[in-house]
Design a protein around this ligand. Structure first.
Ligand code: SF4
Ligand code: SF4
Length: 345
């Protein structure tokens, strides 16, 4: 595939062209002094210099609420799937790694056709980080840069972008960019400098072991006092899971109309810190205690999910949970480092 260079002026015209095409175009824009992913109405709105978005882009593959099917109570059902072609602009490397992890999860075991239909309709334009956020620690988790999953990767070189088209979809998209020229070796070397700089800049919290040590560390930490200590001040608010790019749990519900003749089945984001998350039939809750729920989230990121996806830790170090947690207890690195102090690996 090809690597091009595009001036910032030409890039803006390229984005304007995309917005006036038939595809839905979403990207990062300012909301007050924060940033969000949302529909773009003009190229001027796009902010590739953002630090971090409030919510990750997972909502474009796994919406907060999604109707799965509609039905007649005594008759037929119809599968619903609203997956429209969408260009997603400005995904940071750590969020791209998170989407790659979800791709692996949702395409194995129970193949999730709703997730996969949305994913296949997405064209992802990732971008290297320009401004590191206050709490980002992607470098500690191996996701300060990303090598695959995207269709195009942009790197800001000052007055231009390096435009790396990695797939056929990416090539087709970049072909629409007037003014793109082949990148030189010097341009590609500048990208390497950006990657090296980001390995330093995106390490606001340092993990004191290798990520591959985490499953073994957690094996020895099930009864550690930290779970109870932290859980004492946890509100069970679920902010840490809803802002997390790698958390993908959902709850499935039926909504039957008042006439009891028709209904819809939908799914909505759920989170393992919420009190009712583990409630099952008979009102039995197998994770009633807050410390059990608190521990579960940390185990899930460092042990359970890695066992399903080839050892990759299910925390990409975006830092969103750190900022979202009012009592300041959600940072996985802080917990892992605390466990390390008391454990011989
Ligand atoms: S656990 Fe926290 S830092 Fe890690 S990916 Fe989730 S929100 Fe980001
Ligand atoms: S760890 Fe923090 S963000 Fe997560 S549920 Fe508890 S209080 Fe809320």
């Amino acid at each position: 595939m090809s690597i091009k260079k595009l001036s910032k002026e030409d890039f803006k015209s390229f984005v304007s062209g995309l917005i006036s095409s038939d595809d839905k175009v979403v990207g990062v824009k300012a909301k007050g002094n924060r940033f969000v992913f949302g529909d773009l109405e003009s190229a001027d709105e796009l902010r590739l210099d953002y630090d971090v978005t409030l919510l990750p882009p997972k909502k474009y593959v796994l919406p907060q609420v999604e109707t799965l099917m509609t039905y007649e109570v005594k008759g037929e059902y119809k599968t619903e799937c609203n997956a429209e072609p969408t260009v997603l602009l400005g995904v940071h490397p750590y969020d791209m790694v998170a989407i790659n992890q979800m791709d692996a999860i949702f395409s194995q075991d129970e193949y999730d056709s709703h997730y996969m239909a949305r994913r296949e309709n997405l064209t992802i334009v990732a971008c290297d980080v320009v401004n590191a956020s206050e709490n980002v620690f992607a470098a500690s988790m191996g996701s300060a840069t990303v090598k695959d999953g995207f269709d195009v990767l942009l790197t800001d070189l000052g007055d231009s972008y390096l435009v790396d088209a990695a797939t056929e979809k990416g090539e087709a998209l970049v072909a629409k960019a007037a003014g793109a020229a082949d990148a030189t070796d010097e341009d590609i070397a500048k990208r390497k400098q950006v990657w090296q700089k980001n390995e330093e800049a995106l390490a606001k919290h340092k993990l004191n072991c290798k990520t591959s040590d985490l499953p073994g560390l957690l094996d020895k930490s099930y009864n550690h006092p930290v779970w109870e200590e932290k859980a004492k001040v946890c509100y069970s608010c679920g902010s840490c899971t809803s802002t997390c790019p790698t958390c993908y749990c959902f709850d499935v519900q039926d909504d039957v109309a008042w006439n009891l003749e028709t209904g819809k089945r939908y799914r909505a984001w759920d989170g393992c810190l919420l009190e009712k998350f583990a409630n099952v039939a008979g009102d039995h809750n197998f994770r009633q205690r807050r410390e059990d729920r608190f521990r579960h989230r940390i185990y899930r990121k460092g042990k359970y999910v890695p066992a399903k996806i080839g050892g990759q830790v299910a925390c990409v170090g975006c830092g969103r949970c750190v900022g979202a947690c009012t009592p300041g207890i959600a940072n996985p690195v802080e917990i892992y480092n605390r466990l390390l102090e008391d454990t011989n690996l």
